[in-house]
Design a protein around this ligand. Structure first.
Ligand SMILES: *[C@@H]1O[C@H](CO)[C@@H](O)[C@H](O)[C@H]1NC(C)=O
Ligand SMILES: *[C@@H]1O[C@H](CO)[C@@H](O)[C@H](O)[C@H]1NC(C)=O
Ligand SMILES: *[C@@H]1O[C@H](CO)[C@@H](O)[C@H](O)[C@H]1NC(C)=O
Ligand SMILES: *[C@@H]1O[C@H](CO)[C@@H](O)[C@H](O)[C@H]1NC(C)=O
Ligand SMILES: *[C@@H]1O[C@H](CO)[C@@H](O)[C@H](O)[C@H]1NC(C)=O
Length: 497
C-alpha cells in the first residue's frame, strides 16, 4: 500500500521499464454500480471479479455490504461520496472526518478492504446540474483530503474527482483545448491539491455518445481505426477519438501549469442495447480494441509510452438507471444483470496475451424459472393500457426501436412487458394478471437476441440501499471535446467530399 506513491511515479515516468520486465501490469479496473432491482448480491459479484482477474473496482458510494464483500481480497477499491453529500462535506464541520472514519478507516485493517481511492462527487460540473455543485466540490475535496491525512491515510488513499469531459472548452483541436474559463476558479486549486497529494486527474469519456448524438461521426474513428480520415493537429495525427480526448485534457492540464499530471479514465465503455449502435457486436469489438489499445501502454501522441489506469463502465447492467439520456443507459454492462457475459473479451488485451474470455457468474441466485406472458385468447380491449402500466414500472428499454427486442410481434411485445413487471415484482402471482390478460408459464419466451428475464432473488430490503430509487446518477453527456471533434470531422468530411 505504501508503494502506491512510488507506483504513480513509475507509471508516469515510463512504462517501458515495466514492460521490459516479464510481469504484466494491468491498468484495467471496472465500475460496479448497483442501480438494479434485486442486484446481484455482493458475494457473487466479488467471485466474478476474482474469476476474471479484476484487481481494481470503482464504486459510486460506500455501501457497506458492497465494500465489506471485498475484505481479504487484493482488489483495490475506490469508494465514493455521491454528489448529494458534497454540501455537507463542504460546510459541516467534522462531516468529512466522520465520512472518512465510517467509510475508509473502518475497513482499513489487516485482512480488511484495500481502499486506495476516494471519489469526491461524480461528474459534479456536468452542465445538466446547472452549477448546483460548483461551490461545494472544491471545499468538499479539501476537507476530505485533510480528513484522510488526519486519519493517517495520506500515503495510501488518494482523493480524486471523476469529471465529465464537459469541463473542457470543446476547442476543435486537442492542442488548443483548455478548461472552460468559468470553472478555472474551482479547477486550479483542485489541480494544486491533486499535485500535492500525488493524485491523478480523472475523466469519464464516451465515444459512443458522439456516435449516438451524431450518426455521421465516423465509426472507425470511435473504434481506434480512423485511418481513412485522421485528425491532424500540428505534428500529431489522431486515428481515434480516445487519444484525441485524452490529449485535449493533457493540453488543458499543461496550460493550467500541470503538464505531467497523470490521467485516469474513470468510466469508459460501450453499451449493448437501447440504440441501433448499441449492439453486443459493436460493444464487444469496441471494448476489445479499447483494452488492446490501453493495455499496450503505447500512450497518446502527446504522452507516448504511458501506462493508463482505466475503469470499464460497467461490470453489470443496471436496470433502474434513469433513461433520460437514452434507453442505452441501462445496458452498459460487460455482463447482463445476472452475470452472463454479453460477448467474448480478452481483458489482458493484445494478440499474444494468454487467451482469456469473460467468465460468467457461478449459479446466479435466480428466482423460479417462470415467466409472465399474454394469454392467447384474452379480450385485448385494454391491452395497450396494461402494457403501458407494466412498462412504466419495469425496464422495457429492450423493446425500443433499434433494441434487441424491437422485432417482436405485438403479442410477444406485450408478453415482454408483462414479464418485466412480474420479475420486478419478485414474481408475485398478483403481478401477473393484467385484467385477465396474462398468466404464468415455465416456457422461456426468449426469441433470438431478445432475452426474457428471470429476476434475481431479493437479498436485502431495497430501502436500505443507499441509491435505491433516488438520485440515479443522471448524465447529459454534453461531452464537449468529443462532440467538438465530431463537428470538426463533419466539416472535414464536407470539405473533402
Ligand atoms: C458513509 O457512506 C455511506 C454509503 O455511501 C453513507 O450513507 C454514509 O452517510 C457515509 N457516512 C458518513 C458519516 O457520511
Ligand atoms: C457560488 O458562490 C458565488 C460567490 O460567492 C455566488 O455568487 C453563487 O451564487 C454561488 N452559487 C451557488 C450555486 O451557491
Ligand atoms: C507538481 O507540480 C510541479 C510543478 O509543475 C512539478 O514539478 C511536480 O513534478 C508535480 N508533482 C507531481 C507529483 O506531479
Ligand atoms: C377495461 O378496463 C376498464 C376500466 O378499468 C374495465 O371497466 C373493463 O372491464 C376492462 N375490459 C376488459 C375486457 O378487461
Ligand atoms: C412494443 O412495446 C413498446 C413499449 O411499450 C412500444 O414502444 C412499441 O411500439 C411496441 N411495439 C409493438 C410492435 O407493439
Amino acid at each position: 500500500m505504501v508503494g502506491s506513491r512510488i507506483a504513480w511515479c513509475c507509471v508516469s515516468m515510463g512504462m517501458l521499464l515495466l514492460m521490459g520486465a516479464s510481469q504484466f501490469v494491468s491498468g484495467l479496473g471496472v465500475n460496479w454500480g448497483t442501480m438494479s432491482v434485486n442486484p446481484m448480491p455482493p458475494g457473487y459479484v466479488v467471485k466474478m471479479l476474482q474469476a476474471n482477474g479484476i484487481k481494481k473496482v470503482k464504486l459510486f458510494d460506500a455501501d457497506h455490504d458492497v465494500v465489506k464483500s471485498m475484505a481479504g481480497t487484493d482488489i483495490e477499491v475506490m469508494v465514493a461520496a455521491p454528489n448529494d453529500l458534497l454540501f455537507k462535506l463542504a460546510t459541516l464541520k467534522g462531516a468529512a472526518d466522520a465520512w472518512v472514519k465510517q467509510n475508509v478507516t473502518r475497513f482499513n485493517f489487516k485482512g480488511g478492504v484495500n481502499i486506495r481511492w476516494v471519489a469526491v462527487g461524480n461528474e459534479p460540473f456536468l452542465t445538466a446540474y446547472e452549477g448546483q455543485y460548483l461551490n461545494t466540490t472544491l471545499p468538499a475535496l479539501k476537507n476530505v483530503v485533510d480528513a484522510l491525512a488526519k486519519a493517517g491515510h495520506a500515503n495510501t488513499v488518494r482523493a480524486i474527482i471523476p469529471f465529465n469531459a464537459d469541463i473542457l472548452d470543446g476547442a476543435p483541436l486537442p492542442s488548443a483545448t483548455r478548461f472552460k474559463a468559468e470553472y478555472l476558479d474551482q479547477i486550479l486549486p483542485m489541480l494544486q491539491i491533486f499535485n500535492s497529494t500525488n493524485s491523478p486527474f480523472s475523466v469519464n469519456l464516451y465515444p459512443f455518445i458522439s456516435k449516438y448524438q451524431n450518426p455521421s461521426f465516423p465509426l472507425d474513428y470511435a473504434f481506434f481505426g480512423g485511418t481513412t480520415s485522421p485528425l491532424i493537429d500540428g505534428s500529431n495525427t489522431y486515428t481515434n477519438a480516445l487519444d484525441a480526448s485524452v490529449d485535449a485534457l493533457i493540453a488543458a492540464l499543461g496550460a493550467a501549469g500541470y503538464p505531467n499530471m497523470p490521467v485516469v479514465l474513470g468510466e469508459i465503455g460501450w453499451p449493448t442495447d437501447g440504440n441501433e449502435y448499441a449492439t453486443r457486436e459493436l460493444a464487444g469489438t469496441y471494448n476489445q480494441q479499447l483494452i488492446n489499445h490501453l493495455q499496450s501502454n503505447k500512450g497518446t501522441p502527446m504522452r507516448p509510452n504511458t501506462f493508463t489506469e482505466f475503469y470499464m463502465f460497467g461490470w453489470l447492467d443496471e436496470n433502474i438507471k434513469s433513461i433520460l439520456p437514452g434507453a442505452f443507459e441501462r445496458h452498459w454492462g460487460m455482463f447482463f444483470y445476472d452475470g452472463v457475459a454479453k460477448y467474448e473479451l480478452n481483458l489482458a488485451g493484445g494478440t499474444d496475451a494468454p487467451a482469456q474470455t469473460l467468465k460468467n457468474a457461478e449459479y446466479p441466485p435466480y428466482m423460479s424459472a417462470q415467466y409472465c406472458v399474454l394469454n392467447t385468447y384474452a379480450d385485448r380491449t385494454n391491452l395497450s393500457e396494461n402494457v403501458a402500466f407494466a412498462c412504466s414500472r419495469a425496464d422495457c428499454t429492450p423493446l425500443f426501436p433499434g433494441s434487441s427486442c424491437a422485432g417482436l410481434s405485438l403479442e410477444q411485445n406485450a408478453s415482454y412487458s408483462f414479464n418485466a413487471y412480474f420479475q420486478f415484482q419478485n414474481q408475485d402471482p398478483a403481478a401477473c394478471n393484467f385484467q385477465g390478460l396474462a398468466s404464468i408459464t415455465t416456457v422461456d419466451p426468449s426469441a433470438g437476441n431478445c432475452r426474457f428475464i428471470i429476476g434475481l432473488v431479493k437479498s436485502k430490503p431495497s430501502t436500505s440501499r443507499s441509491d435505491a430509487g433516488s438520485a440515479f446518477r443522471p448524465k447529459n453527456y454534453n461531452n464537449g471535446i468529443i462532440v467538438a471533434i465530431s463537428a470538426l470531422f463533419l466539416s472535414n468530411l464536407f470539405c473533402f467530399s
